[in-house]
Design a protein around this ligand. Structure first.
Ligand SMILES: Cc1cc2nc3c(=O)[nH]c(=O)nc-3n(C[C@H](O)[C@H](O)[C@H](O)COP(=O)(O)OP(=O)(O)OC[C@H]3O[C@@H](n4cnc5c(N)ncnc54)[C@H](O)[C@@H]3O)c2cc1C
Ligand code: SF4
Length: 506
């Protein structure tokens, strides 16, 4: 009685539910590199190398542990067009009597697995993905019990559930959230460690060659590929972060500096999302560093909140609201995404730096994604679906379940405030406070109007004034609108004129 265990490209965890209870002797593990997954969006070249290399390494690891693995390479002859087709073929090939898999994280893929389950003559069991802390039902129950969904409330429940940073029923440090301490700009004299890097081995080099051959026109390149591609390496990267950067993670969480692509960020989201690191294990290690006196509470709490709070919360929102969520467009924004999102060819130093490192590293940190590229897209009225597709393509950690709510909800406010309580809109002052980009920019941050004025300065007010009707009920914007109302008519006219000129040439 052979059981087929298909493992998806982001399920590369030894503790995956479908593997945990399986009997090695009568199971075949199926791992498929398939064109549909590689091309449904034009993924960054480094993202493709990363995913394929991790898949191949994982298959090799399972093989070394005695599993029978059927691995289908992307460039194999007559390769399957889709994951369900690959499963159907493998069932026949291995004469399987049952299929057991772990639910897909993305709606699109999960729908196709459920369709397969319905039509298949061979029984297909789909297990819950227990690597997440909050399952779909639990999130739905939580959401049903609330008038308004807010991450902070959800996060507190997750703290209690996991016991992370808890002293009985109370949060350690006497507060749930230390975010106020986590908004320091970084001086140019502060030095930051580079994340732990790994030399490509033979498997990764093969993937690089394959991606160079099959996807030469996708954004980015495969040069200087340094990501971890095994669980062992990812654990080493996490350890390196804890020992070298966690200490200042909180302080500089929102900071941005020219030439510093990573600052005190962990650069582990891609490892967690693909399954090389377990999110709860990561948090337990971070908590351990706090108890050992190796990290302050603002860094520890801030980091853990991102994982058991934001990461779980956005997944909950995604599954609560799909499939309609992807089409939400609260402001009815219709502008196409400017070309320079693909080339970094822009005079705005903040945009140039954030996009340029995206092209080279398939990585930008949260504030660059939210307050630079995301903010600019919202202020200029770019269609949120185009913004979403860009983020999904360009980052090594991007999977729709986590990327879509972050982009559409958090950064574009396209869900009208379901995920966040106000739009993350900011003018040049914020960027200037949190970075040194403006010092390197051909626009002048101090100028509010005219040819060389910082575009964020007038676009911010243009966005707020244009969307006043939709935002006037938002009490968090009341003060901002009072400032607008006090502005002189001539200043308002300048804002309208500069914005119209800028948007026309965009
Ligand atoms: C527009 C936009 C798009 C985004 N797209 C993605 C995406 O496709 N994939 C993705 O994993 N994250 C996404 N994020 C969230 C966040 O920017 C990244 O998780 C983070 O930048 C990854 O870098 P890091 O590992 O160095 O994170 P750190 O700053 O070191 O944070 C630690 C960990 O917390 C988690 N985390 C932090 N913020 C979030 C968040 N908002 N949502 C979910 N997890 C979070 C990640 O696992 C991350 O590794 C997006 C944010 C925005 C604003
Ligand atoms: S001046 Fe404006 S456009 Fe230039 S870096 Fe600063 S915020 Fe960005």
């Amino acid at each position: 009685m052979t059981t087929l265990i298909p493992i998806l490209g982001d399920q590369l965890s030894a503790d995956l539910p479908s593997l945990a209870n399986a009997n090695k002797k009568n199971s075949v593990v199926l791992i498929t590199e398939c064109m549909e997954e590689a091309t449904y969006i034009r993924h960054h070249q480094k993202k493709l190398v990363f995913v394929f290399s991790c898949m191949r390494h994982f298959a090799a690891l399972l093989g070394s542990k005695g599993w029978q693995v059927d691995y289908i390479k992307l460039n194999s002859k007559n390769g399957p067009a889709s994951i369900p087709q690959s499963i159907e073929r493998a069932v026949k090939r291995h004469k399987c009597k049952s299929v057991v898999l772990t639910e897909a994280a993305e709606y699109r893929l999960q729908q196709s697995l459920v369709a397969l389950q319905r039509k298949s003559k061979t029984p297909v069991t789909i297990l819950e993905d227990t690597r997440f802390l909050c399952n779909h039902q639990q999130f739905q129950d939580w959401a049903n019990s609330r008038k308004q969904l807010r991450m902070e409330n959800f996060y507190r429940d997750m703290r209690v559930q996991t016991g992370l940073l808890m002293d009985g029923k109370k949060p350690i440090g006497g507060q749930w959230n230390f975010d106020k301490e986590n908004r320091k700009p970084a001086g140019e004299s502060v030095s930051f460690p580079t994340p732990r890097q790994f030399k490509p081995d033979e498997i990764t080099s093969d993937c690089i060659a394959m991606v160079n051959k099959l996807f030469p026109d996708n954004i980015g390149h495969t040069d200087n590929f340094w990501f971890a591609t095994t669980a062992k390496q990812a654990k080493a990267a996490l350890k390196y972060f804890i020992e070298n950067a966690l200490f200042t993670f909180g302080d500089y969480q929102d900071a941005m500096l020219v030439g510093e692509r990573f600052l005190s960020h962990s650069v582990i989201s891609m490892y967690i999302n693909i399954g090389l690191l377990n999110p709860l294990d990561v948090c337990r290690q971070i908590e351990k560093a706090y108890h050992a006196g190796n990290a302050p509470i603002n860094a520890t709490e801030g980091f853990i909140r991102q994982i058991i709070g934001w990461r779980e919360y956005v997944r909950g929102i995604y599954w609560l609201k799909m499939p309609d969520y992807v089409d939400e467009n609260f402001f009815n924004h219709t502008r196409p995404l400017p070309d320079f999102y693909w080339t970094a060819d822009t005079r705005m130093a903040c945009m140039q730096a954030s996009i340029d490192q995206t092209i080279h590293e398939a990585y930008a940190h949260h504030i660059q994604r939210l307050m630079i590229t995301g903010n600019f897209a919202m202020l200029t009225g770019v269609n949120p679906k185009e913004v979403h597709e860009w983020y999904l393509a360009v980052y090594a950690d991007a999977y729709e379940w986590v990327e879509l709510p972050n982009t559409l909800g958090m950064s574009q406010f396209a869900d009208g405030g379901l995920l966040g309580s106000k739009p993350y809109a900011a003018g040049g002052n914020y960027i200037n406070k949190m970075s040194n980009y403006c010092k390197h920019c051909s626009y002048k941050i101090s100028k509010k109007a005219g040819e060389d004025a910082c575009p964020f300065n007038y676009l911010y007010w243009h966005f707020l004034s244009t969307n006043r009707e939709k935002l006037s009920n938002n009490h968090r914007l009341a003060q901002v609108y009072r400032t607008w109302d006090r502005m002189k008519d001539e200043r308002k006219a300048e804002i309208a004129e500069d914005s119209a000129k800028f948007l026309k040439q965009l």
